[in-house]
Design a binder for this molecule. Structure first.
Ligand code: FES
Length: 157
């Protein structure tokens, strides 16, 4: 995992965004695309740049499911919460993975090796129910398959 960005790096990253121009979301997307998450320091850097409060920025970060406030784990299982995947038994897949990983949705292991993340439909509904492992579709899952997958992720070094 890379080092934390410095205050100067964060400042430079969002330097082009301006207050009062609807730049909050673009600035937050820039941070997340660059670092994979939006740290407390990044929230403060964005707030300073846009001349607003960290509380307002934090509220925005936590409102949108796409933003995250913690560094992503090395291996991330993203569970699709879309309607087609739910209809195909997605809830049972989620429960099986949560149980096997011993993590709630949104949680990650203490060592940061793996985590379980909430995802939205990306249009690959024909492979329902599905998860993505670091972005790669693992579709047509059964409960047994989901448990196997979670065990593999948990055991991987
Ligand atoms: S509902 Fe899961 S990919 Fe569309």
């Amino acid at each position: 995992m890379g080092a934390e960005p410095t205050a100067q790096e964060l400042k430079d990253l969002v330097a082009e965004f301006e207050p009062g121009k609807g730049h909050l979301l673009p600035a937050l997307h820039r941070v997340q695309e660059t670092y994979g998450y939006i740290s407390r320091d990044a929230i403060e850097a964005v707030a300073r740049q846009l001349n607003t409060t960290p509380a307002l920025v934090y509220g925005c970060v936590t409102f949108y499911a796409d933003f995250r406030t913690h560094r992503p784990p090395e291996t991330e299982i993203t569970w699709c919460s879309g309607p087609a995947c739910r209809l195909a038994g997605g809830e049972r897949i989620r429960e099986a993975i949560e149980h096997t990983l011993e993590l709630p949705l949104g949680g990650h292991s203490d060592d940061g090796r793996y985590g379980l993340h909430l995802g939205q439909c990306v249009g690959t509904c024909h492979e329902s129910p599905q998860v993505w492992v670091n972005g790669e579709v693992r579709g047509g899952l059964t409960v047994a398959g989901a448990i196997r997958l979670a065990r593999e992720v948990k055991a991987a070094e």
